[in-house]
Design a binder for this molecule. Sequence first.
Ligand code: AMP
Length: 797
Amino acid sequence: MLSSIPMAEEADTVSSLLNALAINHSFLMSLSEGKEGKPLVVILVGAPGSGKTTFCNDVIRAARRTWTRICQDTIANGKAGTKAQCLQSAANALQEGKNVLIDRCNLELEQRSEFVKLGGARADVHAVVLDLPARVCISRSVQRTGHEGNLQGGKAAAVVNRMLQKKVLPNLNEGFSRITFCQNDDDVKTAVNTYSFLGLFDSLPPGIIGQKSADAKVQQGIMKFFKKVDTDGNCSQNSSAKREYVSQNSAAKNEYNENKPRPMGIEKGNEVGKDEQKNDMLRKPCVSDFQWNDAPTLAFPSISTSDFQFNMDKASDVIVEAVADFFSKFDKVKLILVDLSPKSKMLSLVKVKASKKNVDTTRFSTYAGDITRLYTGGGLHCNVIANASNCDTRWTTGDALEIATKEQADTISPGSSIIVPVPRTSPLNQREGVTYVIHVLGPNMNPQRPNCLKDDYVKGCKVLYEAYSSLFNNFASIALSQNYQKEYSGDSKYEPTKSVGKFFESVVECQPSSSEQKSKREVSYAKSNGDSGGLPRCFGMLEKEEQKSERSDHSAKSSWGSWAHALHQIAMHPEKHNRDVIEISDDFVVLNDLYPKAKKHILVTSRLPGLDCLADIGREHLQMLQKMHAAGLKWAEQFSSHDPSLVFRLGYHSVPSMRQLHLHVISQDFDSTHLRKKKHWNSFNTPFFRDSIDVQEEIKMNGLATIKEEKLLSSELRCHHCKSAHPNLPRLKYHIATCKAPFPAHLQNGQLVFALSGSSDAASYSCNGSEAWKCAKLENHLTQLTLICLLGVLTIN
Ligand code: AMP
C-alpha cells in the first residue's frame, strides 16, 4: 500500500497512469470499499482573485479521489447561500465518503473554525493558503468576468483590500493537520498536483509546507488609496497640499458633512471665513469669465515641465495651441489647467498666451490647487482629471489605479495617454466626482530620466503637442461615450447633472443615429484625429475593441463598424503586425485571436481582398478554403501535440463580426475569461458555427455555403458534450470544467481534431467518418488500460 506521498512527484507510475486515464471514481470506490484513507477537508484560504476556484477545479479535473467543491456563492442551487448550508453540504459529502474543498475566502479565524470542526474522526482537515500578492488578487478580481459571486470589476478592488486587512494566516493549533502556503503560481501548481494525485489510499504527512513568512503583511500602498472617506472628510495623502491650503480641510469638512455638493458657481460668498476666502481667491479659476454650466470638464496639470524639465515657455505655447485646436473641434467641453502652487509660472504664462490667442475663456481656465481635491477644495466639478505619468503619481493612483495603469502600460509611450476608470468606491470618485483619470506621458528633457530628448525641442514640442492632443481626445471620447451618464450613476456622492446628458444629446443630434451611421461617425472622428483608419485610438482606450465587436450584431454587413477592420488590416499588411501574426502565406495569415474564447484560439484569415464572410464564398475559392483548413489543422495538431488534452474544432461564424474571411481554430475547453456572453458561447456551439469541412463540402457540391440564422446566438446555453442546459454562463462554465461526457456523435465526423496520445511527439488527427472507428477503439483501449492498471493497483495493495 502506498503509505505517504510528501510531494506529487513521488506518486508511483500506476497512480499517474490511472490519473491520466480519468478513471471512473465510483467504480473505484466500490471496488476498494473499506480500504480508502480518511476523507479530506481542504479549506482554501485566500482573497478573492487568489485562485481558489481555479485551484478546486484543477484538483477536481485531474483528481483520483472524489472531491466536492463547497462554494457559498453557488451553494443554494447555484445561487449564493449561507455558511450553514456550506457546512451541511460539506458534512453530507463527507458522509458519502467524498473529499471536500471549501472554496471560501476563510481569511479570518472565525470564518474557518467551524469548517475545521468537520474534521476529527471522520476526516483530516488541511488548509491551502493562496497567499498571492495583493496586487495580483486585485488585478485578477477586477479583470474577471462572469464571477459566481459577481465580485468583479471596479468594486472588487476595495473588497479585496478590505478582506486582506483582516487576513489571519492559519496555524496548526486551529486544528489543521497540514497547511500548505502558496506564494506564487508555481506553488499553487505543486499544491494542485499534490491533491489531485492523491490516491484513495494515500495520505499526506502533517505539518506546514512552504511558509516563507509567518506574518505576511498587507501591502500598505493599497490601503492608502482605498482608505474610505473618513468622518472628517480628510482623505488627502498629499502633505504639501495640506501645507499650502491650511483651511482647505475645514471647508471640505463642511461640504462633506452637509453631504450635498456645492452649487456650480465658483463664488462661495460668505460661507467661509476670511482665511478661506483668501485661499478661495487662490483657488478660483484665474480667467474670470470661465463659466460653470456643468459641461464635461477635464482638469489637467502641465505635462513634462516639472520632473521632465521641459522649457516652460515652449510648453505654454504648446498648451495654448493644443487647447485652441481642441476647441475648434469640440464645443461644450471645458478644460482647466491646474497647478498646485498659486505662484505657478506655468499658470501665468498660459493665462497670458491664451488670452492673446483669444482662446475661449468661458471654456478654458487655470486654477491653483490640488487636482485631487477640486470639488471639496475648490467647488469645481471636474469629471475627468489627467495625471502626467512622469510626475510623482502617488497622489492619484494609489495601488489600485496603478495596477489598472500598469496593465495598459505598454500602450503608453511619450505623446500618448491612457484612460483608467476610477473605482466608484474610491474617494476620488465618491468625494470629488472624478470618474476617469487619464494618464499621459510627455517628452522628457531630463537626462536623469529615460528617453531624454537632449534639448531637441523640435521633436519635444511635437511630442508634447501629441501628448495634449491624445489627452484631450481621450477626454472627448469619454464625454462622447454612451456610457457617460451611466458612469455617473451608482452611489457616488457626486450627482450627475442634466447638462451632461444634454451635452451628449447635442453631439448625437448632429450625428446619424443608426449603428451603421455611428460607425461612420467613429471613422470620421478617427480621421479628424489624423488616424489613418481602424479604431480611433481614443475610443479604443475607453471602450475596448472587444466590446465594440461584441456590440456588433453579427448581421450581414453592408458596411462595417470601424472596429471590424482589424483582421482585414492584418491580412493586407501582416508585416506591420509582427506581434500578432504567427504564420504568413500568400493566401492567408494565421494570428492569435486577440480575445481568445478558449485556451487556444487562432484565426486563419484569408488575404483575398473583397472576401469578407461566408456569404462571399464561391466555387472559385475552394482551393483557398482547403489551404486555410490545412493551415488550421496543422496548428491544431501542433497545439494538441504539446497539450494532448486540447481538442479542436475548425469553422466559420455564419455571420462574422469582423470583416475578412477568417477560420476559427478553437480548442474545445472554452476555458477563457473572454468568453463572457451567451452569444460568445452560442457562436461556437450552435449550428451558427459552420464546420470548415462542411463548408468545403457545400461549396464543392453547391457553390454556396449555408448561413445559419443569428437567432441561434440567443439559444439556451447547452453543454457541448452532454447537451445539458444551464441557466447562465458561469454555471455552464462550471459544468464544462468537470463534464466528462464524450463529444456528441454529430461532431465525430471529422469536425474534431484530437491528439492521438499524450506523448509530445504524438500525431494528432481529425476523426472523420472512416476513422470514427478509431475513436471508439481508442476509447475502448483506454478503458481496457484503466482496468489493467486498476487491477495492478489492487494487486500491489
Ligand atoms: P467573428 O465573429 O467570426 O468575426 O470573430 C472575430 C474574432 O476576431 C473574435 O473571436 C475576436 O475575438 C477576434 N478579434 C477581434 N479583434 C481582433 C484583433 N484586432 N486581432 C485578432 N483578433 C481579433
